[in-house]
Ligand binder design. Sequence first.
Ligand code: 3PG
Length: 197
Amino acid sequence: MRLAPVIPVLVIEDVQHALPVAEALVAGGLLALEVTLRTECAIEAIKMMKQVPGVVVGAGTVLSPDDLTRAIDAGAEFIVSPGLTPKLGEAAILSGVPFLPGTANASDVMLALELGFDRLKFFPAMYAGGPAALKAIAAPLAAAKFCPTGGVTIDNAPEWLALEAVLCVGGSWMVPAGPPDRARIEAAARTASALAR
Ligand code: 3PG
């Protein structure tokens, strides 16, 4: 979460896109990449992206202990989930992998803290109330630090990053769907990696 101000959230539709996307993002200064397990080729994409020097590849949209195992077997170095269940949390603890569970309210955060997780995704960030909601939720739960994701853009990222409880944000805006345009992805990554926090 401290490697860069933004974690790109990636939906890789074609495994041929994996390397150019990862190379362009890393060239632009974004080193931690979240590959969502939403596409057929996601596991293969994680394996390919790990070839890029300096990259830290994680898996997102991890919904079950089975997803967790598949992601770790592919070499994922961190795991992100839109939510948190006791089963998934226990599997993450047993595996020892860094795990960012999704939370959207105070009870979610309290469950995460109870299970031993204090680095959390706030999801879906803009629709769960935006920066004002997270500020209010985080106030009594100071042990938790967040990566807001869901509706975050280059325009609203500064407002999130200004919050004390926010270590970084996540978002998909740097990599539009379709064949990757390396120069555009690198430029978007460079702008994102220069955000203050
Ligand atoms: C996620 O997968 O965490 C979010 O859906 C990414 O949200 P965005 O596409 O709004 O950035």
